[in-house]
Design a protein around this ligand. Sequence first.
Ligand SMILES: *Cc1c(COP(=O)(O)O)cnc(C)c1O
Length: 366
Amino acid sequence: MEFIDLKAQYNQLKVKINQRIQRVLDHGQYIMGPEVRELEDKLSDFTGAKHCISVSSGTEALLISLMSIGIKPGDEVITTSFSFIATAEVIVLLGAKPVFVDIQSDTCNINASLIESKITEKTKAIIPVSLYGQSSDMDEINDIALRHGLVVIEDAAQSFGAIYKGKKSCNLSSIGCTSFFPSKPLGCYGDGGAIFTSDDFLAETMREIRVHGQSGRYNHTKVGVGGRMDTIQCAILLAKLEQFDWEIEQRQKIGSRYNKLLSDRFEVIKQRADRTSVFAQFTIFVNNRETIQKKLKAQGIPTAVHYPVPIHMQPAYQSFCCPDCCPESIKLADRVMSLPMYPNLSAKDQNDIINVLCDDAFCELQ
Ligand SMILES: *Cc1c(COP(=O)(O)O)cnc(C)c1O
């Protein structure tokens, strides 16, 4: 059994993906070929955001977003410590200070009620992360931002396709960023990402920053980056998009089934009633995690931990926050464990996982 079986998905889409790649090889426009715009148009239709700017990774999407709103040394950006490192890394790269806010213990998403007390005159933006595929309390966060004149950048690297109160993730705030890293809900076969906004001026700025800050050929009006997404990667996503809605359904079926069959025995990530998850991960809370992981591994069941150390406890980030600024994050980093989750996970494999976990002897480990 695999933690995420990308080959099963490729085999299902092989003909379409190969055709799409071959077309790029034939026309030869490997950078900014026609597939780039085609993908951007399809993705902006999908999310409902007016603009989609494809970029070279999810990290670059976050970096370009912060650059587009002029984040500079001395600024503060509020975010969560319970995320992949990239969320805070881009803030630090621009010389700004990440200000960490603790999480809700049942969803592991940022606790919106703790945000306002961290706002200072230096605060410029808030980056909530839609962790494990489910968005944070975006209405509350947008309200706070509106009151204080801040920009909200949703880190939707794990939630592409999720819905919050009838709207798609990536279109829930001023800016939405996603990643097409292979194992994400919509993954390409290398690095890729996208930024979404409905603001014309921001979109234009982001497009310029993406190509070295040029507003015309060799006319560099801003400092930018080399942040384009490859044509071939866009072509692969165009093929994968055709069955993406089916994949989301599968993820939700598998996620609901895990929820139903495991929640008597284990604490699971809480699904809020007003939003869906795309289950980038299916995550439960356990005690004695290492022992449980070892036992599962011995039965051929792979697991993973997202993430074992909160960002503010990482050596390179400890200076930004005292250790006790985010106690829930520290507590839960020791307890989260993710189970195999991907659209092609078979009912048999899922039953095996659930049976092993719910075995009485196993549960006593808790
Ligand atoms: C994967 C991920 C990123 C970074 O995306 P890359 O495409 O790997 O650069 C950022 N934030 C979160 C929450 C992620 O899961």
